[in-house]
Ligand binder design. Structure first.
Ligand code: NAP
Length: 283
């Protein structure tokens, strides 16, 4: 990657792989709509180059950047300051640059929470929540739900010990997937955070939904495809369903607000993603 110092502010997302990232499209559209002379780029950064490339970004005058797979944990070692909330989640996806000082934030968890709060009928604090998967995204979501005062959380994962690690002393329950299948009717909200259902396994299911109640809300944080098998079966069962687009656009919007102090147009962001994925906002 070659970067030269530029006058107009610029922002970026770094990761590996990065070619498929939709972040540049949504951020650039919002920068343009607000009449801001700034740009946002996707930069391919392999793990071994992380430190060197972050130095280059700062030297080139980058004002802020997003961090995606596989750098969300390792970036923390390169920062001067970490927001307490990101520290509690244990991962950083947004970095703000002040001169040479770097401050890290996590907007994945709050982005998810904003998207779910807009959608869910009723008080989230009264909901019994089942999270499928115990990776980085599950960690951000569960820690956020706990911090927001949602008391009734279970995590079901292939590796149950990882679910226990996330829940720590919170009082939540760690389950195997088959144990969760036996208790499915207990949950008001079921959130898939595994990649099961993404290309190339679009027909695959993270859990058997045979016994799901039509009163449950199903959320899949996958947004490509827009309609996963998990959501399709949920719809057939009469559940309310939400895909991963709201989480994605809200995490982007929170980063945008952090860097620019301005509120981006969420509807514009959603429209661009639906255009790119060739679908309509079905859920
Ligand atoms: P991750 O850290 O790799 O975690 C993946 C989780 O899924 C792990 O708990 C893993 O179980 C489980 N898993 C993976 N393959 C499995 C399989 N074949 N069978 C059973 N369990 C399996 O990934 P992540 O960063 O959390 O991301 C997960 C998904 O969320 C991805 O699809 C990503 O695109 C999506 N995501 C969306 C947004 C958004 O804005 N909408 C943001 C972040 C991530 P083990 O613990 O047993 O390995």
């Amino acid at each position: 990657m070659r970067l030269s110092k530029v006058n107009a502010p610029f922002y970026a997302v770094i990761g590996d792989p990065i070619e498929q990232s939709m972040s540049p499209a949504i951020h650039n559209a919002c920068l343009q709509q607000l009449g801001m002379e700034a740009r946002y780029e996707a930069i391919h950064v392999p793990q071994v180059e992380l430190e060197k490339q972050v130095e280059r970004l700062v030297e080139a005058g980058c004002k802020g950047f997003n961090v995606t797979i596989p750098h969300k944990l390792r970036i923390m070692d390169l920062l001067d300051e970490i927001d307490p909330y990101a520290r509690a989640i244990g991962a950083v996806n947004t970095v703000e640059v002040h001169g040479k000082r770097l401050k890290g934030y996590n907007t994945d968890g709050p982005g998810f929470y904003r998207g779910l709060s807009d959608f869910h009928q009723g008080n989230l604090r009264d909901a019994a929540v089942l999270v499928l998967g115990a990776g980085g995204a599950a960690r951000a979501i569960v820690k956020t739900l706990i911090m927001k005062g949602v008391p009734n959380i279970a995590i079901a994962n292939r590796t149950v010990s990882k679910a226990k690690d996330i829940l720590e002393e919170s009082g939540g329950v760690a389950l195997s997937i088959s144990a969760a299948e036996q208790r499915l009717t207990e949950y008001d909200i079921i959130i898939n955070t595994t990649p099961i259902g993404m290309y190339p396994n679009e027909g695959a299911m993270p859990i058997d939904l045979s016994s799901v109640s039509s009163k449950s809300t199903l959320v899949d944080i996958i947004y490509n495809p827009l309609m996963t098998e998990f959501l399709r079966i949920g719809l057939e069962k009469g559940c309310a369903v939400q895909n991963g687009v709201p989480m994605f656009v809200h995490q982007a919007a929170l980063a945008f607000e952090q860097w620019t102090g301005k509120e981006p147009d969420i509807d514009l962001m959603e429209e661009i993603i639906h255009q790119k994925l060739g679908g309509k906002p079905t859920c």
